[in-house]
Design a protein around this ligand. Structure first.
Ligand SMILES: [Zn+2]
Length: 277
């Protein structure tokens, strides 16, 4: 998919280089309930959503002001130590279960394409509000605690299983193929891009994608990322779920906005995370 984002390497990046104090602050409280409790590891996406394997990932590491890619081995699926046991095992468990049912359904159902032949029409029999709450949980889990502290509406949306929310960003979904280079975790802080030298590549947001489903959460997204080939699912967050099965039209792409690694010129051969949390 790097081809379709040609020109991305000309983008000016708003790079944030985390120090030890920043990292320590990130794990001082649960990212959902903001209580200073012992934290447990949260799989992003849930472990049963095909995120349970050992694998090599590319991540960016900082040496003073310099950034360089490094290959790291991640065992047993990608996860972050940012949720307390109560939020992880009680509050968010039903959302994770629904999300797992959804992504397994994506893999197991027959492929149907729309009239353009590019997008797949997927039936959605699951509770879209709970899928949305799992998406919100994943965003809060990978973002810095400071982000979670200012987004009360997102945390309350997760903590109250009946709550609806008008999302402060666009949630843009797509299908992710099963291929060795699939997988992108790109938090909001550190992935900002200014399109001064590459018109159309401005971006303020993040991405979580993993076969078979991915999404970008964007406050700003330039047309060169082809957001028209992603599907806005904000209604899943703001509306009661339908009692009858619906359908959604999803395009297939390896990544939505690419990781910083690739944007800085590295070729994508593995899953990518912008930096270790
Ligand atoms: Zn908690």
């Amino acid at each position: 998919m790097a081809d379709s984002l040609g020109g991305l390497s000309d983008v000016m990046h708003l790079v944030h280089t985390p120090d030890d104090a920043y990292r320590k602050a990130n794990t001082s409280k649960c990212h959902i309930c903001l209580q200073a409790k012992p934290l447990t590891e949260e799989h992003v996406p849930p472990k049963s959503a095909y995120n349970d394997c050992n694998g090599l990932w590319e991540c960016l590491v900082t040496h003073g002001p310099k950034l360089s890619p490094r290959t790291v081995k991640i065992r047993g699926g990608f996860r972050v130590p940012t949720l307390c046991a109560d939020c992880n095992n009680r509050v968010c468990a039903p959302y994770a279960s629904e999300y797992v049912r959804f992504v397994r359904h994506l893999v197991e159902t027959p492929v149907l394409f729309d009239q353009s032949g590019e997008a797949r029409v997927v039936s959605v029999r699951q509770n879209t509000l709970f899928i949305a709450k799992e998406i919100a949980t994943m965003i809060l889990a990978i973002e810095h605690l400071k982000f979670c502290e200012v987004h009360d509406e997102l945390r309350n949306f997760v903590l109250d299983k009946g709550a609806l929310v008008t999302m402060p960003f666009d949630i843009l979904a797509f299908l992710v193929p099963k291929s060795p280079e699939s997988g992108t975790i790109s938090p909001f802080a550190g992935s900002g891009r200014v399109d001064t030298f590459a018109p159309g590549f401005g971006f303020l947001g993040g991405e979580i994608s993993w076969h078979p489903f991915g999404f970008v959460y964007a406050a700003t997204i330039g047309p060169r990322y082809r957001p028209d080939k992603m599907t806005n699912v904000n209604a899943w967050f703001s509306q009661r779920p339908s009692r009858t099965p619906g359908s959604v039209r999803l395009f297939c792409r390896v990544t939505g906005v690419e990781s910083m690694n690739c944007a800085l010129g590295a070729e994508r051969t593995r899953p990518q995370i912008d930096r270790l949390l």
